[in-house]
Design a protein around this ligand. Sequence first.
Ligand SMILES: [Zn+2]
Length: 216
Amino acid sequence: MNILLLGPPGAGKGTQGERLADRLGLRKIATGDVLRAAVREGTEQGRNAKAYMDRGDLVPDEVILGIMKDALAAPASASGVILDGVVRTVPQAEGLERVLRELGRTLDVVLLFDVEDDELVSRLSSRTICESCQTPYSGRPPGETCEKCGGTLVRRKDDEPNAVRTRMKAYREQTAPVVEWYRRRADGANGTRLVTVNALGPVDEITERVMRELEK
Ligand SMILES: [Zn+2]
């Protein structure tokens, strides 16, 4: 089974992806991880990517897709994969479809983690970090004292409510067309299912929700 995860930052995709990979015996592939591995191992595509990174440029989709294709073709991916952070735009969705087709594989499920903006704002704004030793905390408000070093807890700029709302707006503008693209695919005959999961609630409960959907 090949699964693609979609969802906003902070919706818990990474955590759920790990758990699903364990439960289903699939390999989890995140773009950042395979990119770093390819650069470290010095593969052809990795050297390609490094040239862009050394210049401070974004690595183009074509290079990322090449790295993704290598990862998908690896023996570790044979029984199936969970793709996290791989598709953010329609051209990337088209690219992934092409790469999978070249490998004789298909995407079985697109899992969309859905979460309300307000929930995300409260979830992210309850995260703080120690100003001095960088220890992360959850549910401890800014101004409290770090247990490890006595430093002051602060909120990351990215996690301020206004910053979260701005990120969510950008995410929805960018992702809505991707979701629509997969919805049209799902209606067609190529067999990809689009499943929306409510990402609100305890981590275990969300995993069970996803498992129930996948068993349908
Ligand atoms: Zn500290």
